[in-house]
Design a protein around this ligand. Structure first.
Ligand SMILES: [Zn+2]
Length: 121
């Protein structure tokens, strides 16, 4: 079974709330981290932009443009074609799912993408 079918089956309600369809996706995968599996959806640019605007209406446009990923209802959503720093982005989003907040410390939870250079929490 494809990862998308598994994820959409297991997260039916969340997928429905977000209005996500397989055609909105570039890819779907389970990401293993510390013996847990996290659902990661790579979303097509246009749909990604719409979702981001719907979920975070108060983020200024530039910041929104710089935001390559977010979590919503237990799902990790990343922007199409995000290859630079992809692993760290996903680990950062997993941090959110594990209830970690943003910080100004030089860690994976740093709030600015550009300064998120450390491989630790
Ligand atoms: Zn974050």
């Amino acid at each position: 079974m494809s990862a998308w079918l598994e994820i959409s089956d297991q997260y039916q309600q969340q997928v429905q709330i977000l209005g996500l369809h397989s055609t909105d996706l570039v890819a779907a995968a389970w990401y293993s981290f510390q013996k847990q599996q996290f659902p990661v959806l790579e979303i097509r640019n246009q749909r990604y932009g719409q979702l981001l605007a719907e979920i975070f209406p108060k983020i200024p446009p530039l910041r929104r443009w710089l935001t390559r990923g977010f979590t919503a209802h237990g799902l990790i959503c990343i922007k199409e074609g995000t290859w630079l720093g992809r692993h760290r982005l996903i680990i950062h989003e997993i941090g959110h799912l594990l209830d970690k907040d943003h910080t100004w410390w030089p860690t994976l939870m740093h709030r600015s993408w550009a300064f998120r250079w450390f491989n630790r929490w």
